[in-house]
Design a protein around this ligand. Structure first.
Ligand code: SOE
Length: 379
């Protein structure tokens, strides 16, 4: 049976453009899908570099203006992998020309931006997805299955951290390619939208809505040279962000993200404690979960260290033989395959809005010094 072509237009050729392009190429090779993804065009302002990217990944053409890309009739899907300040306008234009839309996280710089994107996509009745890729780690998916089976009983605690250390130097400038995450105008916020947002998305998916939060943020380096103006300018992003919260199911939330944890490069960890069981997961050992089951025989009760690489574990029958592992890039492949097949509840724009509402509440609480209520989501 011949497959349905899915003609993709990618905006942005950075780290995420590469991760997504790899997923577009690999998904159909390892997963059954009725679509055949075609790399139709890549769009970026620098034509020469866009052409080099196109040649390396096999994109058929190059655009330098995203509006021209969204208007093309030979494109079915727009993938937004450009900085956060471009997400809203590109997504709305893509919806208006009836394209499917994939977008990097956070969906918007604020929930108001992501709401406008979700509304436009719903008006146009187009499919959407936000690249919250950590949901697609096989071990995290196994956690989801165990939670959905009720094996934890009542949940008491959900704890998550995302620790990095790459902005500690005061000499690091802000702004421009590679460093736009430090420019608040472009990024919207610092670690709250960049790292904590991952922890929040996974938590909302695993443990349900968060009702209220009380937060603190800190900007350790107050001024940095701006790459685009050449001037030393105030830093508007948060370098560290932590909050306590209450989930709708009555469990307590403890969350932290920072780029100032010396020695930690991308340490995303989460732990869930329930009435009957506990589990923990760690991105640096991403194919394992630690699982404690209180109903085990007392004398043998203890933390199990489960290597999530067997054929009956999520996604793993599509890969190698039991015991052999998958990594970071596979999370994007799984997510794209799930999007194509409509499986495993891929995060859509409404999920992006839900995460942005929590990050908005976190930033508002850090400013007000009070508990803030998370705005209720439509979903
Ligand atoms: C920031 O350093 C970053 O690349 C984030 O933007 C990604 O979302 C995260 O997965 C890894 O860290």
């Amino acid at each position: 049976m011949s497959k349905r072509p899915l003609r993709i237009g990618l905006v942005g050729y950075g780290f995420m453009g590469r991760a997504h392009s790899n997923a577009f190429l690999q998904a159909g090779r390892f997963f059954k899908t009725e679509y055949e993804p075609l790399l139709q065009a890549v769009c970026a302002r620098n034509r020469q570099r866009a052409e080099a990217f196109a040649a390396n990944w096999g994109y058929q053409s190059v655009e330098t203006d995203w509006r021209a890309l969204t208007e093309r009739k030979d494109i079915d899907l727009i993938d937004i992998a450009s900085p956060n300040d471009t997400h809203r306008d590109i997504a709305i234009a893509a919806a208006e020309t009836a394209k499917m839309i994939l977008c990097e996280k956070p969906l918007g710089r604020t929930a108001a931006e992501s709401e406008a994107m979700a509304d436009a996509a719903e008006r146009a009745k187009v499919s959407t997805m936000v690249w919250y890729n950590y949901r697609r780690v096989p071990a995290v998916m196994l956690l989801k299955q165990l939670l959905d089976q009720g094996r934890f009983g009542k949940i008491f605690h959900y704890r998550a951290k995302f620790l990095q250390d790459w902005t500690i130097s005061a000499e690091l400038p802000q702004g421009g390619e590679g460093l736009w995450r430090l420019d608040v105008g472009v990024a919207g916020s610092g670690v709250t939208g960049d790292l904590l947002a991952h922890c929040i998305d996974t938590a909302l998916w695993l443990n349900g809505p968060l009702d209220r939060v009380t937060a603190m943020t800190e900007t350790f380096i107050k001024e940095r040279k701006h790459n685009l103006t050449g001037r030393v300018e105030p830093v508007g992003i948060d370098d560290a962000s932590a909050f306590l919260g209450r989930f709708a199911n009555g469990s307590l939330a403890t969350f932290e993200a920072t780029r100032y944890a010396r020695g930690h490069k991308a340490l995303y960890t989460l732990e869930i404690n329930g009435e009957h069981a506990s589990a923990a997961w760690d991105l640096h050992d991403l194919h394992r979960i630690q699982f404690f089951n209180h109903s085990d025989e007392g004398r043998l009760r203890g933390w199990r260290n489960i290597n999530v690489t067997d054929g009956d574990h999520p996604y793993m029958k599509h890969w190698w033989v039991p015991g052999l592992q998958t990594g970071y890039e596979h999370t994007f492949i799984h997510q794209f395959a799930d999007f194509l097949n409509g499986e495993n509840d891929p995060p859509a724009f409404r999920d992006g809005v839900a995460a942005d509402r929590v990050t908005d509440a976190v930033l508002a609480s850090a400013k007000s010094g009070r508990w803030e209520t998370v705005a209720a989501s439509k979903k």
